[in-house]
Every structure is written in C-alpha cells, then in structure tokens.
Design a binder for this molecule. Structure first.
Ligand code: C5P
Length: 397
C-alpha cells in the first residue's frame, strides 16, 4: 500500500472524531493520507489532529495555500488512488448527488476519476428522508461505494439507523478496493441476471423473487477489473450499469437464444439468473377472463441454459449459482457435476438478510475438486469480487 494515496474528506458530523482513527489506520498501513476538512468539520476536529497523524498538510480552505499542491482540488483529484468521505453528512451527500462544487472537498470529488467511498453518519430521520435516499441512490448509480450507516446509539441519545460504520470496516473496504487489479483486461464475460418472466397471457406471467442484484454486481465488478461485459438481463428495476452491454430478455427461451448467440466469444459465462424451470405450454393471445371454476395451467420444462452450454466449443469457464433451501452443499455439488461446471456458488436462501432481493449474500464457492470456500455474509458487490478472484485464478491455470 506504500505507493497509494487516499484523500480523506471529513464533514461536519459528531462522528468526525472517528475519522481520526480512519486516518491513523490508513497511515499505519503505509498509505499516504491527504486530509480535507469541510468548514463544518473544523468545528468538531482540528486540522492539527490530522496533521499530527498523517504528517501531511491538511486542507481546510480553497483559498489558502496550505500544501505543496498547486491547484489543490485538481492536484489531489489526480493524485488520489481513492477518495473516502468519512463521515459523510446528508449535506455532502446532497451536494455530491447534485454536482455542487463550492469547497475543496466537493471540487476534488467532482474532478476525480478515482473510486469514491462514503460512510454516511446522521440522525435516523435525516438518513431515512426520501431526499437523502434518492441522493444515495444517485451516488450508487455512479458507482460510489457506500459503507453503512449501521443501527445503534446516536448522538441525539436515541437508537436507530444512522451510526457511523466501524473505522476498521471502512479501512478494510478501502484496502480491498486499492488492491484490486485490472486482471480481466481483454477478457469477454457473459453474465445473466434477474428472474425470467414466462407469459401466461398478455397480463400475467410466472416469475420468481430474484432481484438481479447479484448478477448486476458481477457485471459492474467485472467491468471495473477491465473485462468487456455482456449482461443478459431478465426484467428488473435496477439501473443499467454504465459501460456494460445490456441485452434485455423476458423469458427463459429468449435468454437461451441470447446466450447461444454470444457464448462463442466468451472467456467466462456466469449464470446468475434465476431461470424459470417451467413455462406455460400455451401462451394465450388475449387476457383470460376470470370465472368461478378453477383454472388448471399446464406447464412444460424450459431449456436448461447452463447445461446446454456444456459441450460448446471453444469452451468458456462456466460458473453457475445454486439457490437452495435445504442440503445446500450436497445439492450444489450435484448441480456442479450434472451441468459440468467449473465453479458453483451455493447460497442458502433461508438465511435472513441474504439471497433473493437482499443487498447481501452468504455463499459457498465449490470447485470441480469438491473444495468448498465458505464466505461470511458480505455485500453482493464483495461476493462478486470474490467470485471473480476465483475465476481469474482458474483462467490463469
Ligand atoms: O438447476 P438449477 O435451476 O438449480 O440450477 C441453477 C443454475 O442453473 C443457475 O446458474 C441458473 O442460472 C442455471 N439455470 C439455467 N437454466 C435453467 C435453470 C437454471 O441455466 N432452466
């Protein structure tokens, strides 16, 4: 980490004192830490505190020449390998979402191409306000990494969501982001995501609970590591990841033909989609009118897309998911063998806060030799990185 520069932006929250610990932990890892305090932050912590920890000048004012950087916000924006804003108030989040640049920190963020991490800390009401949530959604769309806030005791004395994430968690995430290599440059990755819709009539369909978050996280992570990514997506409300070629499909049959069309150029296929196993035998052209008697719907099997790609040549690395409610590892391993996969990602969808629809996932990665890597409950973005780490290793072999 010794050749890395992190810009630490501190804003005016009572949690500002915890940013001192973030600065200290980063400095101890040999990272060059350049601190920018907003005017409000200087009321909670002093520049001298950060200067003593980082042994670097601290920027508090755009118009004072405090450091060796010539035009500070531009120089720091370019020097940064990563920018972290910790704590981030509702105010800075709103400014960043709106593109406002009225102080050193906002100018630096606006001018940078480096990854940006924010750790919000505020009163629960401010955090849950729809304006703040909309602003955070905008930052997520622009690939900001958002850590926390967590649930716990707040400065107001109450208990709720809004507490600053533990500094050690922030530092771990920063180190992970800094150590990611561009190890998928020149690779073509085909990813499927979300749950297919199998039409019954023009109004109704058979669907499932997949949100698409895991597949979309994989697509964004592969793109960040330099891959050319094609994402075959079943319906979802998620925004399309920038810099990824998205092919929209509705049904298992459409997904199957899109995969067959694209697979010959793929180095890696990751089937994260929840493909319907059955679809109606007959799709009604007109809406079926409701009646008093019961309605029996006859279903047929859909193609098993992943299994069908087993014999394709050239053969890409093939990775599947197994969402299970019982006998997780045994069922997942059986699927890996049946579909002749290189890796299978097993997730127990009964774990609260994990799997379908959630932002986190607790998975085990199983390979052909039967080796099982059990991961803790992680953000889907982090699970995506771990899956890609394994794929990169297998490609190298
Ligand atoms: O057999 P099962 O549906 O549990 O297998 C899950 C894996 O197979 C997932 O990777 C899923 O995307 C893929 N699959 C498929 N075609 C289907 C059903 C599942 O490619 N019809």
């Amino acid at each position: 980490m010794s050749n890395k520069t992190v810009v630490l932006g501190v804003t005016g929250s009572i949690a500002a004192y915890k940013a001192v610990d973030v600065a200290s932990q980063l400095t101890q890892r040999g990272i060059n830490v350049e601190v920018i305090l907003t005017e409000a932050a200087t009321h909670f912590v002093t520049p001298l505190t950060f200067r003593s920890i980082t042994a670097r000048p601290v920027i508090t004012d755009m118009f004072r020449l405090a450091s060796v950087f010539s035009v500070e916000h531009v120089a720091l924006a370019e020097a940064a390998d990563l920018i972290v804003i910790a704590p981030a108030t509702a105010n800075i989040i709103a400014k960043l979402a709106g593109g406002i640049a009225d102080d050193s920190l906002t100018c630096t963020v606006l001018a940078t191409a480096a990854p940006i991490v924010i750790a919000p800390a505020m009163h629960t009401g401010m955090y849950e306000n729809s304006v703040t949530q909309r602003n955070l959604a905008e930052l997520r769309r622009r690939d900001f990494t958002i850590i926390g806030p967590i649930h716990g005791r707040l400065a107001s004395g109450g208990i709720g969501l809004g507490r600053f994430a533990p500094p050690s968690e922030i530092v771990t995430t920063i180190c992970h982001l800094l150590s990611r290599r561009k190890d998928l440059i020149g690779k073509q990755i085909l990813i499927t995501a979300a749950g297919t819709h199998e039409a019954i009539d023009p109004v109704r369909y058979i669907g499932n609970r997949s949100s698409g978050k895991m597949g979309y996280a994989l697509a964004a992570a592969a793109r960040d590591r330099g891959a050319h990514v094609q994402l075959i997506s079943a319906p979802t409300s998620l925004p399309k990841p920038l810099g990824v070629e998205v092919i929209d499909v509705q049904t298992a049959a459409e997904m199957s033909s899109a995969v067959s069309e694209k697979i010959s150029r793929a180095d890696i296929l990751i089937m994260a989609a929840a493909v319907a196993d059955y679809c109606p035998v007959k799709i009604r052209k007109r809406k079926v009118k409701k009646a008093d008697q019961r309605w029996d719907l006859t279903l047929k099997r859909t193609p098993d897309i992943l299994a069908e790609t087993a014999g394709c040549s050239p053969r890409p690395l093939r990775i599947g998911f197994a969402a299970e409610t019982e006998n997780l590892l045994r069922n997942a391993e059986a699927k890996l063998n049946q579909k002749d996969l290189d890796l299978i990602i097993a997730n127990d969808i009964t774990i609260p806060g994990s799997g379908f629809g959630a932002d986190k996932n607790q998975v085990a990665i199983i390979d052909r030799s039967g080796d099982i890597e059990e991961l803790p409950l992680l953000d889907k973005t982090e699970v995506a990185q771990r899956v890609l780490d394994r794929a990169v290793k297998l490609l190298a072999e």
